[in-house]
Ligand binder design. Sequence first.
Ligand SMILES: Cc1ncc(C[n+]2csc(CCOP(=O)(O)OP(=O)(O)O)c2C)c(N)n1
Length: 574
Amino acid sequence: MTSIGHISPCVYSVLAEFGYFSEEDFLTEFRRAGSPCAGHVERTMPGIEWNTGNLGQGLSVGTGICLAQNLLDRPGKTIVLMGDGEQQKGQIAEARRFSTKFGQGNLIGVVDRNHLQIGGSTEDVMPVRVRDEYSAAGWNVLYVPDGHDFQTIFKALKRAWTHAGLVPNRPTVLITRTVMGKGISFMEDKAKYHGAPLPKDDAHAALRELGQDQGLLEMWSKNRTEHKIKGTNKKPEINYPSIDSGKPIVYGTENKTDCRSAYGAALKDLAQRNNVPGSAPKIVGFSCDLEGSVKMQGFHSVSPSTFIETGIQEHHAATCAGAVSREGLATFFSTFGVFAVAETYNQHRLNDLNETHLKIVSTHLGLDVGEDGPTHQSLDYVGLFNNLFGFSIFMPADPNQTDRIVRYVATNPGNVFVGMGRSKLSIITTKDGKPFYDADYVFQPGRADWLRQGDKATFLTYGSATSQVLESWSILDSEGLSTGVLNMASLKPIDRESILEAAKKGPLITVEDHVAHTGLGAVVAQELVRAGAHQQLLTIGVTHYSSSGKPDDLYRLQGLDAESIARKVEEFLI
Ligand SMILES: Cc1ncc(C[n+]2csc(CCOP(=O)(O)OP(=O)(O)O)c2C)c(N)n1
């Protein structure tokens, strides 16, 4: 595992040497459009298992692989190569603690201690006491004074591998002292050569010092110009377990329940069926010190060894969980919306590039968070996850739909964001008062549900807002205004056909507990324009940061309560 993705020329050279691909492929395609041979190591190339480049995430990936190895009783060790400037990243400190807590004797870190980074000396840019920090986190620390001497490196690696004389069940790090640019006198220890291609004269001088043929440079330049990019990407294999989805839990209309409790109950049931004592587990759950709030206690109690408490280390948890999800384990990552979405967006982006199968189930979304106030009211989850090409977005409208969605995502590979609010909700019913999402309901991505039919206009909504909209529908219905209600629980993929079907009937009204201009309203507007459908659209959502307070009061202040929605719709339609 190479955490410093920018050393791709070095990694590709070694892989070419070992026959993973030809030297020709590497030297003619490196960093060129359409080629898998990217500027930072990417798993499109044979021999690479994880795309990196965003520094600080690789150690978390290594801990994830080790965790899966230990849970599945798989032999082997994971070696993570890191830079010394990279040690400035906070996520590495998170990963260090995690690895110690989980007794990862199968993890070996290697730090390339060249004391240089882009801006110059690591001591000037931002000093880090690398050895002390690993030691303080409980790691075995081996110092390699000459990181250019293969025998010394080999001995240290062997010792780390066999754990000879080291504290057992603890990860080990090798701090290897190196000199950047080693072997080319004028480049040694000079930060200005970091990441910059050599001017032609310098390149010739370097070849001379290395005793290489001077014609090499021109030859490969010519080869590159003449070469046609083949663009042959390695096809990554999907490693996802077969999961028994169990039987749906149906919540009756007599009580209000929160979606997060329904998530907790479904996850516990899935664990009981799939994590059977005596055989390899299939489901893992990550929490970031919010086990009770995200309702993971049931899962924890029935599957303690696969309940992974990471502490308040969301960046690490997001990456580590992503890595675990690629190792044949259905992996859930749960925390509040602000931490599961905005706080860890870049980690999820890199997970997505790595085609993980992460199930982010986020509670506490929207103004529905209530009294915790604006810092905790996540309002951008649809907008942000809509940027990540591989992620699906599902927002259940009630506990019954939550149960089915959680079972669906557990049984299917791929990255998904499942979001919910905090409050207890009424069960969504049919017009005659029966649970709409009953035992026969099967969740289908890309399919919206007509909760109510009407001919003057259609509401499009999802998640916690659905209950408000159904109340608005009743108000308008009692006043003789016939509207339809579409529950768009699958926001990505979106049900284009239902949107256009609704647009044929009359104006559309989107209602959401989300920033009004980046959520469903924006998606629907795009779909209408794309299809050339001429229809009016009213977007109702959150328009400014709110305050603390009861969700109903916060909704009222932003015109998102049932009465205000009904009045806005009347005004809009008249
Ligand atoms: C999160 C992040 N910030 C900034 C960069 C840009 N960057 C690429 S390499 C580098 C310096 C890395 O220094 P170090 O870890 O010491 O590696 P080395 O100097 O040995 O190449 C930086 C800042 C990045 N890739 N990722």
